[in-house]
Every structure is written in C-alpha cells, then in structure tokens.
Design a protein around this ligand. Sequence first.
Ligand code: NAD
Length: 476
Amino acid sequence: MYEDLSLYIDGEFIKGGGRPAQDVFDPATGSVIAQLPHATKEDLDRALAAAQKAFESWRLVSALERGNILRKVAQLTRERAEAIARNITADMGKPLKEAIAEVNRCAEHLEWHAEEARRIYGRVVAARVPNVRQMVLKEPVGVCVAFTPWNFPYNQAVRKVAAALGSGCTLVLKGPEDAPSAVIALARLFHEAGLPKGVLNCVWGVPSEVSSHLIASPIVRKVSFTGSVPVGRLIASMAGSGLKRMTLELGGHSPAIVCEDADVDAAARVLSAVKFNNAGQVCVAPNRFYIHEKVYDRFMASFLEHAKKLKVGPGSEATTTMGPLAHSRRVPAMMEMVEDARAKGARIELGGARMGDNGYFFAPTVMTEVPDDASIMLNEPFGPVAPCVRYTDLDEAIRRANALPYGLSSYAFTTTTKNALKLQNGLQAGNVNINHSGQAAPEIPLGGVKDSGIGSEGGQETFDGYLATKLVTQLD
Ligand code: NAD
C-alpha cells in the first residue's frame, strides 16, 4: 500500500483540514497515485515554533541517547526496507532492487552518525597566564531547515536528518514533492523510535514559497540544501542575507577521462554502470567523457555494448535495470539537449529519444563528436545521456575537464602512477575517482568545490555545519 502522505509537525501527522494538495504521479505510467497535502503559512510557523521549543531540551540530551534513537531508526529501516522501497519505486521510478539497496544503505548512515555523534569533541588550550583554563566547546547551532531532492529520496533525507539530530540540532525538513513517500516513512520511523516531539518536522508545499518563508524566519540558524545550482544560488542568497550557516550540495558536470594507458574494458564497464545508474539522475554521474584518441574506438565499442544491454522498463519489474525519468519535465529537458547537440554536429550512436507514450521513459543515449559548446557539454543533463569526445594530450583533457564552473565529482582511468598523480592534483572536484566508480559510504565526505557547493555531508566532516565553536575561559 502506498504511503499515507501527510505533514509531520510537533509529533503529529496532519493532513486534510482544507489544506491545498498536489497530485503525486507514478513515472512509469504517468498516472496519479496519491495526493500530497501542502503546509499553510500557519503550519510552517507551527513547525518552526515546535523545532525551537524542542531545541531547548534536545540540545541537552546526551550524544549517547541521541545516537540510540538513530540506531533504533536504523534497525526499523532494515525491517521496513522493502515496503519503503516499493513506494520509492512507485513515486520516483527507480528499479525496486536499487530502491531496496538505497534504503538499506541508509541504515548504515544512521548507525555511523549515531557513533560519530559521540566523537563531537572540544579541546583544552594551554593559557598564557597561570590559573586560567581555556576550553573550546562545540555546541549545536539551533533550529535548522533542510531541502532534499527526489533522486535518492530516502538517502538524501537521512543524510541531513542524521547529521542535524546527531549534533543536537532540531529540524524542519521539506522533502521532494515529486517523490514524497520516503520522507514521511522516515518521519514515521523516528516517531516510532521515540524521538521527542518537535525535534523533526516535515512539511510540503510550493518549494519557492516554503523555502523563502522558512529561511526568512529569525528562528532558523542553519540551512541545508541538495539540488540544482540555480536553486542553490537562490537559497544561498536568502541564507546569506539572514547570516545563516549553510551546507549546499549542488549539481555537477563530472568529467571522465580515459587515458591512453587505461584498462579500456574496465573503464567502459565501470563508466557505463555509473552513467546509467538511476537513469543518470545522480549528482555525481559522469557527464562528459574524454577518451584518448588511441583507445577511443575500443572504448566506444565496449561502452556501447554495455549501454545496449540495459533493460529499460517499470522499476517494479524484476528484469528492469533502468527505470523511467522521475517526472514528465525531465523528458523534454533530455530531448532539448540531444537536439541541440545533433544540430551542432554530434552523432547519435544509441537512443536519443523518448521510449513509448506511457510514463517518462528515455532511451539510454550515447553521442559522439559532441562539440564543447553543445548545451550538454556545459549544463548538467541529469539523465541517461553520455556525450563522448576524443583528446590527444592529458593536460588538454584536464584543462577541458576543469573548464566548467562545477566541481563535484570526476573519474579517470589510467594504469600509471605518473598519470594518476597528475589527475589527482589537476582535477578540480570534491572527489576524484581513479579506476573505479567511487562509493557513497557514510564514513567518506561528499561535497563540491566551485559552483557545486559549500561544505560536506558524511565523513568526520558531517557535523561541521551543525556545530558552533564556543571558547570558555575561566580563572580559578
Ligand atoms: P529543480 O531545480 O526544479 O529542483 C531540484 C530540487 O530542488 C527539487 O527537489 C525541488 O523540490 C527543489 N527546489 C526547487 N526550487 C526550490 C526552491 N525555491 N526552494 C527549495 N527547494 C527548491 O530541478 P528538477 O527538474 O527537479 O531537477 C533537475 C535538476 O536538479 C538537475 O539538473 C540537478 O542539477 C538538480 N538535482 C540535483 C540533485 C543532487 O543530488 N545534487 C538532486 C536532484 C536534482
């Protein structure tokens, strides 16, 4: 059964009451599967007030106790993984196997944050005068607001909720209206795990209206957002004018460089898997493929072979390896980029069009001879389209890779230490993955440089954005 969609404010699941609602669609069929209630301005204010009141006591709850609640939610997450995942497949479209894997991985994120919260340390600094003690303390910043996207709806919410609550902050979360079931499922698990009321609140609405109302509130001390660069800029300007801390995990346009000395078959296998994972709707997906001219033909043959094997279909079917795009607006977005590249001289080697009339399916697409000024080489496609080009010199490839204002992820394949070192040092990105796909484990940080964001999530950096530094000096 699909999730009972509601708001979650001050420990209560709320809907109806004349609130406006929006349709939720199944991207595999285009049909309406549920109604999502929107928060009124009064609901938003109540959520903020509840988070403010809850902060007074939650900040004093021990890290061990906060961790126990996160651990309990991890256990419930594993127990309910299949039911939560079925609803993610229903409203977001990804293959069920991938949805189950996403949810189960989140149990690890919750457990890791539970443990790491016990390592929020301060320090003692030797004073310059006798009898003075100087202590550096870390304190939760207060009420936070977070905005999470639809591509990994459970994972993106868990990362922010675990970091905020683990550090002792309280939170008002606006999840993705396009794929809302995962966030409400998560709220239910926290409720069941005994989270005090008001510590976590979940709201829905018109994104621009909700975010401007919440961020403008003087109650809010920190803003966290994952999504596109243009929306990130807007959120950052609102947070900046209120002098609020921010963590931004924004889009990227990750380059993949295959060197002359690469294991070409491994490169094609790994890069096709990461490119078409989640139908390309991944912030760290490789989006520009720079292949050395000497291995170009071999790489293209192998890459195309892998792409052709993808089985596109509804996420609920066991044989499906690539689902539909998450919503209708992504189909024309893909089409425009493909047409623009074709008009500028690119060759469509595979796909290049919508599949069928039902749902939002787009064929795995591979293009070659794509000019550097094609829209897809400049703007994040966020879809299953791979533009591939040749290069002759590694320095030139690194320069082209770094030419965009983004810097989230990057990929490179080489068998020599010399090239690996050049790539590690040269690529401007929050993460550089050499000879493999990278991982989304809780113990490693994820964050971008340049326009791709501010701050990191995960790793030992995960609480940094949620903690303030306080110096206490005391004369005995
Ligand atoms: P979009 O920019 O309209 O929305 C992206 C996300 O931001 C959605 O979850 C949406 O609800 C939210 N959002 C939009 N306007 C907002 C506002 N004013 N205040 C608060 N939240 C707001 O784009 P889209 O068509 O949904 O998705 C495509 C683009 O989004 C991609 O190009 C990609 O860059 C980006 N995206 C990035 C990630 C990521 O993990 N970094 C995830 C999803 C989408």
